[in-house]
Design a protein around this ligand. Structure first.
Ligand code: TRP
Length: 337
């Protein structure tokens, strides 16, 4: 019998903090759907992480709504709940269980060095919880439970992944080979999309200026408006050049949506001016996002289907993660009955 080669595992979660932006999509999410042929993929929603900050703590209805909407959106992006494991973190108990164990193998000092913890605790000075401090060990548990080889993440999560690697190596050194040591996949294939109003800043949905970002569920008219009012420069040629940050950003967006190279785009719009270029970018973005929005509307209206997918996929994730958790518990010395 022919031995089927085992695919390597890719794992990533996204927090249910609201509709992802065009930046999240072109930078990462768009690629998720393409990975499932080559890799064994687990993707999901990090709702346990979302209660580490006051924005979502004590807002149960909001958290539930965001979680369901994000799940529908992941389906709308083309992530298959059959080919992948597509699940909600809080539905799988092993994440919290392994996180506790990893907490006991993580130094206070190393967790204190996490720059995201420092930034977030500076922002919420009078409301810093132990959960916020332990956020990276929960993330390590997420990854290590599935023996993931690769973890697609943003630059901001690199230090957390480094910690997960350290914890995995530490565990392996004490108890023998147990965890796969994961590697980051950072923006290798995705586009880095900047703010439409301040093109030196990353596009972000937490920006106060709503004109600075496009979400995946924006109305076409709003997308057109935002792109038409995007900041450019006082020249008129569509060229990708240092210092032309606004135009560069639009070129990147256009390229990511159409598949055209920068050179081809420069040629296409040579002598045409920024107005015509912005219209074309807006059309391309609308064309890219509208099928997603349509599929989203269908999924979000079908609560039964969503629940069924979530249940079945939580079950798949539970079976896999429980295997790892059992091994860990045995190694650590918890009495087996
Ligand atoms: N912390 C990640 C973020 O905010 C989300 C996340 C949670 C994650 N667990 C993970 C990402 C495991 C990759 C792997 O972006």
């Amino acid at each position: 019998m022919e031995q089927k080669e085992k695919k390597q595992t890719v794992f990533s979660l996204i927090q249910p903090t609201g509709t992802p932006t065009l930046g999240n999509y072109l930078g990462a999410l768009k690629n998720w759907a393409n990975m499932s042929d080559e890799y064994d993929c687990l993707f999901g929603i990090a709702d346990l992480h979302s209660i580490t900050v006051p924005d979502f703590r004590e807002k149960p209805a909001q958290l539930r709504k965001n979680t369901r909407e994000l799940y529908a959106l992941l389906l709308a992006l083309g992530l298959s709940p059959d080919k992948n494991t597509l699940f909600v973190q809080s539905h799988v108990a092993a994440h919290s269980q392994l996180a506790w164990i990893l907490n006991c193998y993580t130094q206070f000092g190393e967790a204190s060095r996490m720059t995201q913890f420092k930034d977030k605790s500076a922002k919420h000075k009078d409301n810093i919880t132990v959960g916020l401090f332990a956020y990276p060990t929960l993330m390590a548990a997420d990854i290590l439970l599935y023996n993931a080889s690769y973890v697609p993440i943003g630059q901001d999560q690199k230090q957390h992944l480094e910690l997960a690697r350290n914890i995995a190596e530490r565990f392996n050194a004490i108890y023998g080979e147990l965890f796969t040591v994961p590697k980051p996949l950072i923006g290798k294939t995705g586009a880095k999309v900047m703010s439409l109003t301040e093109p030196l800043k990353k596009m972000s949905k937490s920006d106060e200026n709503e004109k600075s970002y496009i979400t995946l569920l924006d109305e076409p008219s709003s997308i057109v408006k935002k792109i038409k009012s995007a900041v450019t420069d006082s020249e008129s040629e569509v060229l990708y050049r240092e210092g032309k940050d606004g135009i560069n950003n639009l070129i990147i967006m256009y390229s990511a949506c159409t598949g055209q190279s920068i050179k081809e785009i420069e040629n296409e719009f040579s002598g045409k001016g920024y107005g015509a270029f912005k219209s074309a970018v807006a059309d391309a973005v609308v064309k890219e996002l509208m099928p997603i929005k349509e599929r989203y509307n269908q999924y979000i209206a079908d609560k039964e289907y969503l629940d069924k997918c979530m249940r079945e996929n939580a079950e798949k994730a539970a079976v896999r993660s429980q295997r790892t958790l059992n091994k860990v518990m045995k190694k650590v010395g918890f009495l087996q009955i």
